[in-house]
Design a protein around this ligand. Structure first.
Ligand code: 5GP
Length: 217
């Protein structure tokens, strides 16, 4: 007899301060791995140069965001840097049910909210990972090098980054950021390990007593 399994999908909640490389990491992983998908968030912040609606974010007006919140379309949402950001249920739930792994790049408030979820689907799927820069100096350098923000926005992100970094210990995993390649390798290893956890595997049997016994269920 063959040991065939289906697997429940993971919900990988990835946080870290602006400039930690978490978005790049999530994107790179979901591009490289056909079982993984990136949950595109909704936001009320305006698009940066080069950002595309529906790919980088669902860019919404405050009114449209609020309407979705009222209709209960968000799994979580939070105010970050003075703007609203939220994960739409549509970007997550069906994927996990279908055995696909969802990567969410969200702030520490969003992660705290997800952790408190009483939905068994979310609880079973959750894997939370923090990307921690090696030092504050390195973070400042990375933020400056991004060149995507003006000075005022940069200062705000730095202040928030200092606050966000204090939350690393709330996460099951912390990746102390090195090079992009090493971060990717560590991140992939965490996901590979989580995919092997026995409680995520659902044996596929023909329902016969013999097969059930063989599978130990
Ligand atoms: P940025 O404006 O630089 O793209 O993102 C700012 C912050 O918002 C980042 O810390 C990012 O992780 C967070 N963020 C992005 N999408 C979401 C979301 O859907 N929910 C929450 N809670 N935070 C988000």
């Amino acid at each position: 007899m063959k040991f065939d399994f289906q697997r429940r999908g993971l919900l990988c909640v990835v946080s870290g301060p602006a400039g930690s490389g978490k978005t790049t990491l999530c994107r790179a992983f979901s591009d490289a791995d056909s079982s993984a998908t990136y949950a595109v968030s909704a936001t009320t912040r305006p698009p940066r140069t080069g950002e595309k609606d529906g790919k980088d974010y669902h860019f919404l007006t405050r009114e449209a965001f609020q309407a979705k919140a009222t209709r209960g379309e968000f799994l979580e949402f939070a105010e970050v840097h003075g703007r609203f950001y939220g994960t739409l249920k549509d970007e997550v739930i069906e994927h996990i049910r279908a055995g696909r792994d969802v990567l969410m790049d969200i702030d520490v408030q969003g992660a705290q909210f997800i952790r408190k979820s009483i939905d068994p689907l979310i609880q079973e799927a959750l894997v939370d990972i923090f990307i921690l820069p090696r030092s504050e100096e390195e973070l400042v350098e990375r933020l400056n090098n991004r060149g995507t923000e003006g000075q005022e926005e940069l200062d705000l992100r730095l202040r928030n980054a200092r606050k966000e970094m204090k939350h690393w210990a709330e996460y099951s995993y912390t990746v102390i950021s090195g090079t992009k390649e090493v971060d990717f390798e560590i991140f992939s290893s965490i996901i590979a390990g989580e995919r092997c956890r026995s409680h995520r595997l659902v044996p596929e049997t023909d329902g016969s007593d013999e097969e059930q016994q063989e599978f130990g269920i």
